[in-house]
Design a protein around this ligand. Structure first.
Ligand code: CMP
Length: 152
């Protein structure tokens, strides 16, 4: 199975609650390979690019206010079928509907402060990676564990 890239953001609540390490630890333990990562302050301009698909929705203004309210951690992750794997790993948007064991179910209680964002398709991953990272920031490397993550 070919490895694929996806985009993830540890949102303001994850940073402010001091649980970046817990969430990152889960992502690493699952097997995602981190190929880019940084702590940034999202500007209104970046937020508008990222959430362009939600313009006009009732929660849009609150979403922009929330995502720009604190630093966040943005990252690019790789795994076989990374987009799908990450979406199911973080759980449904509403924490009360997220399956037990997912990040949103285990750490959150609110639809807005739902800890982590993950791209919903390969094309939105490419678009979101482009919003937050330059091509030169995406590292191409293999880890010693990679050959043990996937059967031959
Ligand atoms: P995310 O995966 O980052 O993508 C868009 C975000 O909008 C979503 O997580 C939620 O945090 C937020 N969102 C989606 N639907 C609603 C809603 N009905 N009310 C408030 N926020 C929402």
């Amino acid at each position: 199975m070919a490895w694929e890239r996806t985009f993830a953001m540890l949102k303001p609540d994850t940073v402010q609650r001091g649980i970046i390490g817990n969430v990152l630890s889960r992502l690493e333990t699952k097997g995602f390979r981190i190929v880019a990562m940084k702590l940034i302050q999202v500007t209104e301009e970046l937020a508008a690019k990222h959430y362009a698909a939600h313009v006009g929705k009732p929660f849009y203004d609150g979403l922009i206010k929330y995502i720009t309210s604190s630093p966040v951690v943005v990252m690019v992750l790789e795994a076989p079928q990374a987009v799908e794997q990450l979406r199911s790993f973080i759980g449904a948007t509403r924490p009360n509907e997220a399956a037990a064991g997912t990040i949103r179910a285990d750490f959150g209680v609110d639809i807005s402060n739902n800890l982590i964002h993950a791209s919903d398709s390969v094309s939105s991953a490419a678009q979101e990676i482009g919003v937050y990272f330059t091509q030169g920031e995406l590292l191409d490397y293999e880890r010693a564990i990679d050959e043990w993550l996937v059967g031959r």
